[in-house]
Design a protein around this ligand. Sequence first.
Ligand code: ACO
Length: 324
Amino acid sequence: MNLNSYIRGVGSHLPARVLTNEQLSQTVDTSDEWIRERTGINQRYIAAEGQNTSDLGYGAALDALANAKMDVSEIDLIVVATSTPDLTFPSTATIIQEKLGLRTGAAFDIQAVCSGFVYALSVADAMIKNGSAENVLVIGAETFSRILDWNDRTTCVLFGDGAGALILSTTPAKNKNAGRGVLNTFIRSNGQHKELLYVDGGPSATQTVGKLRMQGNQVFRHAVKELADSMKECAGKAGYEINDIEWFVPHQANQRILEAVAKRLDLRRAQVVSTVAFHANTSAASIPLALDVAIKDGRIKRGHKVMLEAFGGGFTWGAALLEY
Ligand code: ACO
């Protein structure tokens, strides 16, 4: 039997506190103008003290369940993409499972930094298609504010906190126009450039959490090339060309990366969903947050083809083609 994995619902959850560029420039040697010009970011959300990645992921999960009109008891797998887990273990996925009151099914985390959501979607899709799961909560949730060096202006201005979720299901949404779901996924990694983007701590190496370190201009160069190539390959293997696709929902790293990739693929600006101005870079949460915005504001409609793409630490990168 051929099983499909349909997108049943989407959701998101953001912390209440907004930190604008203007506010940030009162404590960091930067300016609103510099941040907006170089990155397109105007503001970011910052989790409150005691508000953890699992709290944001739980909020996004509830929102996605409501959007899909599903009861939590129908969920048999939770996959959480995060690089900022609540604890070293247990996984943030099992913490969210407990918050949801679920005692059945399975839950685990995936660690692929900013590409985490594409990786998580790829695994969830494969598990549905091989019959291992029926209704999967795929969550991207991060509190990057906790691993930023707030004295390093080259990195701390770029990131924010948040969570997004999507429910993949073997059962199509009730909407009769629902598309065919995940058409193809494509994931890749190359550990050669670890020093360009990493966190300088961890349980085994330093017994500390560590802070994010990045050589931004180098990351930029690699990201643009790999992203354009992976979208072409992902579409091609599913039998499509880039110009068959209505919407592009990229990882929201930087408006200039989004534009450079769009230029390489000859995309129209209006086809590329951008939320970087108000979410900043929320790592694994950025794609589901942007997807949630563009579905709920009515841009992405049932039957539209949507390409997701991401690049992050590792390096890791990938793309996923959906028919919503
Ligand atoms: N405010 C003011 N000045 C700054 C700031 C800041 N926040 N940060 C750096 N500068 C200064 C630098 O010190 C440098 O000054 P100098 O010329 O006197 O030495 C100058 O601005 C230019 O610095 P660059 O690093 O060359 O600036 P660049 O144009 O490359 O922009 C940026 C930096 C925004 C980080 C860019 O390289 C970028 O976006 N790279 C991609 C990084 C990224 O998005 N990574 C995430 C992808 S993977 C993931 O999501 C984890």
